[in-house]
Design a protein around this ligand. Structure first.
Ligand SMILES: [Zn+2]
Length: 434
């Protein structure tokens, strides 16, 4: 009897013992490639729906040294698709449970599990890896990982080993994507941030007074009624009783206004801003990510250049295209961005404007120029000191078109540099009812 490890090894050998039509001209198949595959250290971020698939695929593709980071513990609702977990694992660390399962199944594979946040690890830790595969459901975590790997390249420009490729998988219902990022070389995650939508925000006045959509009723229950009833108690979407309350409250509102369509799953979707996870999409995307990992490490054939989009909700459809690097990317670019502001805007108006920009996507922006702090959220003393600036006119604080403003957010290791060009009149136009 052959073992799982032996069978998977024999299945990859044809790719690393001979060249193929798309192999790099410099590709030299043989034992060295196999050795490199075995000794390369791969870091997997996330051990959820995508992460379970990625760990399994990597272990069955000849990778023997893997680390996995996930701060979450296993919830009963994960069991339908996070197939490395069993009912008796509920409450245990996802990273540790997934690692133990794969190691028990595939002999010779070592997986180091870390139940922590990616922000807890140092640059020195990340530098140990040949490449990083992300299976995350959070844009912030992806931005953080992308910025960190780009920073490592910048800090060690003379060292080619500092270039650690990032393979990023993402799924949303029946849709998914896989991309290959060579930090400092190809378009990074931040370069294409403007292609991601910002979460729909419904105006509070609509929610409070003129609801038209089932989503408005859920937002009413969540934004207005929850704090009124429960005070500071945070809504927990994993608590069935809390979800029941939210659903019932939204439903009552919907009946008052004759609005159809409020369901429990819509309620959850709106409050958590989630779309149901589909196990099949995770499998497709993880397979694409891991075949890219295999190709990048062995060099046996050409890599994805550089984005694959998969759509399973309208038949099955996939295509690939190349994201271009942006000169004014906050992470890998050199130029600053330019924003246009109205002359009558206060700093607060500009802060609100920034929050709506797809290419920035910072929830808690702090702003400073080389000369002064415009508005800082932290520490408290500086927040207090800079708060009066929010009501001042922006054009009195910043030089038109020349002065660089740095925008930062405590969640991200990124500074967005921008220049502000002023337009329009000094006074806000008055709207007259006719
Ligand atoms: Zn970039």
């Amino acid at each position: 009897m052959t073992t799982v490890a032996e069978r998977s090894e024999s299945s990859i050998l044809p790719y690393i013992t001979a060249t193929g039509p798309f192999s790099d001209p410099d590709y030299e198949p043989g034992q060295e490639v196999l050795d490199f595959l075995h000794t390369s250290r791969i870091l997997v971020i996330g051990a959820g729906g995508l992460g379970c698939e990625i760990l399994k695929d990597l272990a069955l593709s000849g990778f023997k040294s893997i680390d996995v980071i996930d701060m979450d513990t296993i919830d009963v609702s994960n069991l339908n698709r996070q197939f490395l977990f069993r009912r008796h694992d509920v409450g245990a660390s996802k990273a540790e449970t997934a690692a133990n399962f794969v190691m028990a199944r595939v002999a010779g594979v070592t997986i180091n599990a870390h139940c922590c946040r990616i922000q807890d690890m140092t640059h020195a830790y990340y530098r140990q890896f040949t490449l990083v595969v992300c299976g995350l459901d959070s844009i912030e975590a992806r931005r953080w990982m992308n910025a960190t790997l780009c920073q490592i390249v910048t800090d060690n420009s003379a060292d080619p080993l500092a270039l650690i490729p990032l393979i990023d998988g993402g799924t949303e219902g029946f849709k998914g994507s896989a991309r290959v990022i060579l930090p400092g070389v190809s378009a990074c995650y931040e370069c294409s941030l403007d292609t991601l939508g910002v979460r729909t925000v419904y105006p509070v006045c609509t929610i409070a007074n003129t609801p038209r959509l089932p989503e408005h009723c859920v937002e009413w229950a969540s934004v207005l009624e929850w704090p009124r009833h429960w005070g500071d108690v945070k809504f927990d979407a994993d608590d069935p009783l809390a979800v029941d309350w939210m659903y019932a409250t939204a439903l009552t509102r919907a009946k008052q206004f004759n609005i159809n369509g409020v369901t429990r799953s819509l309620t959850l979707g709106v409050v958590k801003n989630i779309i149901p996870a589909i196990a099949l999409t995770n499998a497709v995307v993880a397979a694409a990510c891991c075949s890219e990992a295999f190709k990048l490490v062995t060099g046996c054939t050409a890599s994805l250049e550089n984005f694959m989009m998969y759509s399973g909700d309208d038949s099955i459809f996939t295509y690939t295209f190349k994201y271009e690097r942006k000169e004014n990317c906050a992470v890998c670019g050199y130029d600053s961005k330019t924003f246009t502001a109205q002359r009558w805007w206060t700093l607060q108006d500009f802060v609100d404007h920034i929050a709506e920009q797809n290419e920035v996507q910072m929830k808690q922006p702090s702003l400073a120029t080389a000369r002064k702090n415009l508005y800082l959220r932290k520490p408290e003393a500086l927040e207090k000191a800079t708060r009066p600036n929010l009501s001042k006119k922006l054009c009195d604080l910043v030089e038109d078109g020349t002065e660089e403003v740095a925008i930062t957010d405590p969640q991200l290791p990124i500074s967005v540099r921008c220049k502000i060009v002023f337009a329009g009149s000094d006074e806000r136009a008055e709207f007259v009812d006719v």
